[in-house]
Design a protein around this ligand. Structure first.
Ligand code: IPE
Ligand code: IPE
Ligand code: MG
Length: 239
């Protein structure tokens, strides 16, 4: 318990393949994935992980068949409205990262209302990455910083790591110490490229709907047994 990450990020992957294996539609996999979201959130809350970021929809996911995109948006609206009571009961604060403006109106409204209703909660912060692209996030930050430089507001020397971080969606949130991806894919898929610079990565072949509380704890346990050297050598860390 004395080495709990403050921030865990998850690429929830494999819903479609999970459903297909069961002879079901992909959307059934997404619906069943919601239970795994509950499991991960409960697990994170229990051990007092301060921030849990879940990759729910990437900017690239708009390229999926319309039926699936519409289904995912409906599921999002439904889930947020169903869960709001339980989020409040468990002191969970909801936030989102990504371009929420491009989400359908009904999603944006539901999301905004849930963020508002949970903003005073003091427990785990659940961050949903929705219509998220890390490259876009970084590109926007570069534009904003360039503008500030041009306006004479900042000098080149003032462009530090912290300044860059403060221009990202995740401003004020510590970088994830641990990133988990399910489904056996070993890639980042445009997720938190800056923020994951020194994160420990955990890949599991389980599909997201099969990912349960124990799996979350397993990932934390493995994380706790990694040596994070940050460029140093092992002996320096012992002393
Ligand atoms: C992850 O599962 C959920 C989203 C991307 C919305 P997938 O839908 O990517 O499932 P697979 O990877 O095709 O099995
Ligand atoms: C990444 O999963 C996005 C989310 C989990 C929301 P994808 O299934 O879209 O990623 P790729 O396309 O396999 O890399
Ligand atoms: Mg996938």
């Amino acid at each position: 318990m004395n080495r709990i990450p403050q921030h865990v990020a998850v690429i929830m992957d494999g819903n479609g393949r999970w459903a297909k294996e069961k002879g079901q539609e992909r959307l059934f996999g997404h619906a069943m994935g919601v239970e795994s979201v509950r499991e991960a959130l409960t697990a994170a809350s229990e051990i007092k992980v301060k921030y849990l970021t879940l990759y729910a929809f990437s900017t690239e996911n708009w390229n999926r068949p319309k039926e699936e995109v519409d289904g995912l948006m409906d599921l999002l609206v439904q889930t947020i409205s169903n869960e709001i009571e339980s989020l409040n009961k468990n002191e969970v604060r909801l936030m989102s990262i990504g371009d929420a403006n491009a989400l359908p109106d009904r999603c944006r409204a539901e999301l905004k209302s849930a963020i508002e209703k949970t903003k005073e909660n003091k427990g785990t912060t659940l961050i949903l990455a929705l219509n998220y692209s890390s490259k876009s996030e970084i590109k926007t930050a570069i534009k904003q910083i360039a503008q500030r430089y041009k306006d004479g507001e900042i000098s080149l020397d003032e462009i530090t790591d912290d300044l860059v971080s403060s221009h990202l969606y995740t401003a004020g949130i510590p970088d994830p110490e641990l990133m988990i991806r399910t489904s056996g894919e070993i890639r980042i898929s445009n997720f938190l490229l800056w923020q994951l610079a020194y994160s420990e990565l955990h890949f599991t072949t389980k599909f997201w709907p099969d990912f349960k509380k124990e799996d979350f704890y397993q990932a934390i346990y493995e994380y706790q047994h990694r040596e994070r050297r940050f460029g140093k050598v092992s002996e320096q860390l012992q002393s």
